[in-house]
Design a protein around this ligand. Sequence first.
Ligand code: MN
Ligand code: MN
Length: 468
Amino acid sequence: MSKEEKSQGKKLKDILMSRKKHALYKMTDEEVKKCDEFCEGYKSFLNSVKTEREAVEFTVKLLEENGYKPYEPGMGLKAGDKVYVNNRGKAVMMAVIGTDDIKNGVDICAAHIDSPRIDLKQCPVYEDNEIAYFKTHYYGGIKKYQWTVIPLALHGVIIKADGTKISVKIGEDEGDPVFCINDLLPHLAAEQMKRPLAQGIKGEELNIVIGSRPFREDDLSEAVKLNILKLLNEKYDITEDDFLSAELEAVPAFKAQDVGFDRSLVGSYGHDDRVCAYTALMAAVECKTPRRTAVTVLTDKEETGSDGNTGLQSAYLKYFIADLAEEFGTNGRRVLSASECMSADVNSAFDPTFPDVLEKRNCAYINYGVCVTKFTGARGKSGTSDASAEFVGKVRSLLDKNNVIWQTGELGKVDVGGGGTVAAYIANLNVDTIDVGVPVLSMHAPFETVSKLDVYMTYKAFEAFLNQ
Ligand code: MN
Ligand code: MN
C-alpha cells in the first residue's frame, strides 16, 4: 500500500507513536559494510589488549602515531594541538584543543579499560597433592562458576626488588601453555549441585592449575612448586618473593570471534568496556580541530567502584582539565562547569532466554543502535547521575542530526538490581553527563556478545559528540 492509501489511523500512528526498529532497516548496504569493516579493527584490538595496562600501551602508541604529544603543564597550547597524559600506565587522557575559548567548556568522552578477571593473590604459589596452583582474588562482579574449565592466559607485570619491571603475557600465542580452574565432575557433584548458584564455585575455590611435575630429587617436600619456581626463575629471573610486588591477571585465553551464521555479532572477553574505549578512542584519533576542546578519558578501576588514583573517583581528570584551563588563563572549575560528557559504558541487552529481569518497553535491544541511558542506579535511582531533560534533549537532537541510530535503555527492572558507571563521578564535577554505550549479552562473562551495528553506531555517536 502506498503512503497516500494509508488509513487516517495509520497516518496518525506514524506521526504520533514512536516505533523501534532493527538498525538494519535504517541502514544502507554501504553503511552495513562500513560497520563490519570497523569491527574487524575492533576484534584485533580485543585480541591484543586484555588488561588496562595493555589498553594504555595500545592507546599511547596510536596517539603518538597520530600526532599526539605527552602533555607537560605550561607547555603552551593552541587550537588543533593534540596532547595526552598517561596516568601510571593504567589510565590515559587525551585532548584535541578546540577553536572556541576553553572557558566555554570541553566535551568529554569517558570509558573504562579494566574488565572483570581473576587476579593473583600476593602469595599465590602453592602445591597440594603434587599439583601446583595459584591462589586468586577475583576482580569485579563475576559469576564465579563461569570462570572454571576455560583456558586462561596470564597477563601483567612483576616488579623486582631492584625496580626491574618484567612484563608477562602467556597463553595468547600459538604454542603457549594456558592455565585453568578445575570444577568437580557431575558424577560426584551431588552435594555441590545443591549449593545456590552464587556459591556453585566459591572465591577460595578459584585456584588456577600451573603444573604437576616435581623437581627430580627424593624426599623433597613441595617438589612440584619448586619445579615451577625454577621454571619461572629461568624464564623471568624471579623468585617467589617477587610475586609480592606483582600484578598478574588471569583472563580468558580465547580470541574475539564472529558469532552467528550471519556474522552479525562479536563474541569476546572484555567488551565491557573496551567496546566503548575502542570506539571513543577511534573518534578521538580522527578528531581534527573541533570547535570545543575534545577530551577523551580511558579509565581504570570502574569494575571495583572507581576508587584509587587510576579510577575516576580520583582527581586525575579534574587536575588535567585544570591544567588545560590554566594554559588559557582560566581555571578548571569554570571549564568543568561549562563542560559536557558522554560517559560510555555497556548496558544490558534484552535476552529472550531471561526476559523477566528487564522491562520490555524501556530496556535496550541488540541491533537497535547505541544505547542512551538517562539514569542508572539501583532501587530509588540510588547512585545515579540522572541526566537533565535539557541535556538529554540536546544529545537526542545531536544524534538525530548526525544519523546516529540510537535507543534508550535501563539496567534492569525497577527493584530487580541495577548498577552505575563513572557517569556519577564526572557529573559530580558539575559536568552535564549522560550514559551512552553498547548493549551487551552475557555481561561480565568470559565471553560476552555485542552487535556489530551497535558498536559502529556508538563510534558514530562519539564522532558526532566530539565534532559538534
Ligand atoms: Mn562497564
Ligand atoms: Mn562492568
